[in-house]
Design a protein around this ligand. Sequence first.
Ligand code: GLN
Length: 487
Amino acid sequence: MTDLTRLSASDLAKLISTGEVSAVEVATAHLDRIAAVDDRVHAFLHVDRAGALEAAAAVDRGEITGPLAGVPIAVKDVVTTKGVPTTAASKILEGWKPPYDATIVERLKKAGMPILGKTNMDEFAMGSSTEYSAYGPTNNPWDLGRIPGGSGGGSAAALAAYEAPLAIGTDTGGSIRQPGAVTGTVGAKPTYGGTSRYGLIAFSSSLDTPGPCARTVEDTALLHAVIAGHDPRDSTSIPQPVPDVVAAARLGATGDLTGVRLGIVKEFAGDGSEPGVTAAFQESLQKLVKLGAEVVEVSCPHFEYALPAYYLIAPSECSSNLARFDGVRYGLRAGDDGNRSLEEVMSLTREAGFGPEVKRRIIIGTYALSSGYYDAYYGQAQKVRTLITRDFQSAFEKVDVLVSPTTPFVAFPFGSRTSDPYQMYLADLFTIPTNLYGGPAISVPCGLSEGLPVGFQIMAPTLADDRMYRVAAALESAVGTFTPPAL
Ligand code: GLN
């Protein structure tokens, strides 16, 4: 009997649609796998067994059909799910059950995809290791003593541990791609505005982008097609058709990249990447050349300012977005003994409810936005953002996509970067420029370094999400997939 948890989403969908297995059997296999391994992995903050089985049964009754009908999925806990706990891995939202579904969750349900549960993450999606989750970290299935990346480490680990064939992530500075890279899974950040932010617990609204995570490029594209597309409830949603990412992935899988120009960024060289990461990246690049691609060096002179600009813009927006957690409207309320003022209760609630990294971001952001400093910090960072966008635009006049390692280092041991925030922020050195620009980017496993996965990043122009899927699938066909040791 085939182990259903080892199959791709596209294979599962085929088996379910032909009636060879039922959606309930598929959901049960994954729920049982979660029960067997998640005490070691801790990818999930909440498992919704009853909800998942009910959704699967509806598919088996023939009520819903579609390309991914019956294929179960895990959803990052920063995305609202009606009646199902949603905490963003923060104590301040402990026990909160949203009264509505995010648009992308509505679309998953309409597509007949059972939601297995909610995945662990860094609190409010701020971090690169899940060590900032208020509920304890997720362990990387490749080595349980190492981080699974972040902020969406739970979604990536759930895939690598075969607890789910598909997952939802959100990417503000790299939180889909960096966990994908360090767990040997695929993660795509769509064009900003290509997937709806409605129902996402906001971190940095001008950057936040929900997107698909899977173990193969084709599965990632299939999920992308389900969740993407215009949503009138999100004012920054793009009112245009979604490019055909599934067709692009299938085209790429034929392994022909004749005439495709890949840009490597001059300023990313000498960036302090681990030698094993650079080696895996270079070898993969050569494999793409064998498929017909051409490599061109391009200069993006402002990329070196991306990290400092991001760490002003994202905290500034966070300080404003997180003002809503005031002890009145949602979740936690601390110190309300009937004698304290509203301000005191608010302050005690925020002190007890937010973790150290979230507080650090709120403080930095409040400072950067304050009168007298606004022009020097937030205003300046916005100008840098424009220059980075121009770097991308002029690069894309010469090349079709830009490529780089996804992250400078492989999964690191727990505790090795928490004492120095800057060391943690470096995890997103290569992913952040794309967020500031707004274009799509994907991370695909490309090799191992000291037995741990390395990710290859492909960045495309805004609205050309299909282009990155083509190159990603070609790369996957050339390098193969990577399987973690048995748990
Ligand atoms: N690691 C980055 C940060 O801490 C990115 C997070 C994200 O993409 N949500 O802000």
